[in-house]
Design a protein around this ligand. Structure first.
Ligand code: CA
Length: 230
């Protein structure tokens, strides 16, 4: 896959320069926008593959940018925020962002997030397939069963639903609210507690070392993500 075109949305010039220098050094193509309106314009006219979006912009709130872009595009959006509060990340993720970076971040972290997102982009192009594979995991959606290393996993209906939801969104951070709404149709405090329990039982079946999971990553206070295994 060719290096994707990245739209960098950041009003802080030194941070923007650090990001564009990093992208340039690693042969990414990029565009820049220094406010929300410019970001929306570039997103609509230049068709970037990935958006790196600062949440604190001078004109529009970054979350508003996400909502507007999501009304017509599913391009991956990685949120970059100086605000370390979980509430901001969660609001951005629930509005349709794919991932987040918290300032200050290292160049290595930025590149790692881009690699995860590129794998997600590649997977998006093959979605719609009746069979999902990731590492040793295979899900046959038509048959309604999952296999690990060729052996069928004996999952409860909720564990299976949870696994399919994570697989359909492989590479993307899903918030507790998003998951509980998809699995139970509600999002009460108790559902989040139940989610932890079901996630623990699913991991026991899925992960060879549930203490250091390979497939499903925990984002403490935020949610979970299925990692694309190469
Ligand atoms: Ca800013």
């Amino acid at each position: 896959m060719n290096k994707p075109l990245i739209l960098v949305v950041e009003d802080d010039a030194p941070i923007r320069n650090l990001m564009t220098t990093t992208l340039k050094t690693h042969d990414y193509r990029y565009l820049v926008a220094d406010c929300g309106e410019a970001a929306l314009r570039e997103a609509a006219t230049s068709n970037p593959d990935i958006m790196l979006l600062d949440l604190g912009l001078p004109d529009l709130d970054g979350v508003e940018v996400i909502r507007r872009v999501r009304s017509w595009s599913d391009m991956p959006i990685i949120v970059i925020s100086a605000r370390s509060e979980d509430a901001d990340k969660i609001e951005a993720l629930d509005s349709g962002a794919d991932d987040y970076l918290t300032k200050p971040f290292s160049v290595e972290e930025l590149l790692a997030r881009l690699r995860v997102t590129q794998r997600r982009l590649a997977a998006m192009h093959t979605s719609g397939s009746p069979v999902f594979t990731n590492g040793q995991l295979t899900i046959d959606f038509a048959a309604g069963c999952a296999f690990l290393d060729g052996k069928e996993l004996h999952l409860t209906p909720i564990e299976y639903k949870l696994l399919c939801l994570m697989a359909h969104n492989c590479g993307k951070v899903l918030t507790h609210t998003y998951i509980t709404q998809k699995v139970w149709g509600t999002s009460w405090e108790n559902d989040v507690a139940s989610l932890r329990v079901f996630m623990a039982t699913l991991r026991k079946k899925l992960e060879s070392a549930p203490g250091s999971p390979q497939y499903i990553q925990t984002h403490i206070g935020v949610g979970y993500r299925m990692m694309k295994i190469e």
